[in-house]
Design a protein around this ligand. Sequence first.
Ligand code: PLP
Ligand code: COI
Length: 370
Amino acid sequence: MAIQLQMAAQDLHFQTFRNENAKSKEERDALLVDPGFGKVFTDHMVDICWSDKGGWHRPRVQPYGPISMDPAAAVLHYSQEVFEGLKAYRHADGSVWSFRPEANAYRMQRSARRLALPELPVEYFLESIKQLVRNDIDWVPESGEQSLYLRPFMFAKEAFLGVRPANKVNYYVIASPAGAYFPGGVAPVSIWLSTDYARAGKGGTGAAKTGGNYASSLVAQQEAYENGCAQVLFLDSEEGLYLEELGGMNVVLVHKDGTLITPESSSILEGITLDSILHLARDRGLATEMRRVSIHEWRDEAASGNITEAFACGTAAVVAPIAQLKAANFTIGDADAPAGELTMSLRQELLDIQYGRLPDPHGWMTRLDA
Ligand code: PLP
Ligand code: COI
């Protein structure tokens, strides 16, 4: 079986069904002026089927549009689903690139294993984003820090209400031109510390990129908005003491000597942005620490002036400086705090690599349009 699937991956041939109702240049240009995040979608999508008997089959690019499924489709009841998020960047010469897409492909395989979903071969994943980007190339923005956000996802489509891994699954990729994730751009954000809710627990699905983790973050996110904060920070579920991550980003503290400190936990999503930022920091000779970090450590070390900066990082928002952390009964930092210097310089270096303005010493960029 494994050998058969491997061969199928090498023979990968996408059928393309062009969208006859694709947006005109004028309509597209109007949408690209200020796309925000996750609101505007391109003309096409990728769709690949999987069944337990036939493996991965019928790869196609087709017009973007509603997915029809049986009301008994397992995902609607038991949330057997995983997704990814990565971007396509247009360089000054017009070429289009993505950043470490194979890392997203491997992470999607790890997520799929945890959710008892089939693993999409890495070459299928890479080919799927290339196919979509080539068909929707005019949607890759040319201006500023805009990009085309790519959202691969996979879910249980089998119509069956028994609780077991589905034997029919579909993988899709959609694309969405994107500007800044936060309405305020790169302005430092306030973060709410959730003490009533946990995002994930030991042995749970926290390290997988699956919809349920985000669903479980929403009441805490609502609490964050009510307290004037843009995002929520979760603590570990057992002791409620150690930093985990934000609803959709990893968190990093910066020591005054330039050391970057980020939480270690089995229930955190392994961020590709985080890993890349830590690489760039080490390239500069800075130390990095991945270890348990308690909320008391952050509070005490910020008060004594040892922790001087904090930031959140992820594909959608890149690097977001944290101005303050607000909790029910204490606050670290203040809302008007300026962005940290090291935070902003690492952010700039990462963006410069992604947009082709700096050399790519680690071979992180993959060309999508040729
Ligand atoms: N943590 C969570 C919960 C996320 O949703 C994301 C975003 O994808 C990240 C961390 C950062 O991951 P990456 O840098 O790979 O986008
Ligand atoms: C990303 O940064 O790609 C994310 O997935 C975060 C959020 C939009 C879910």
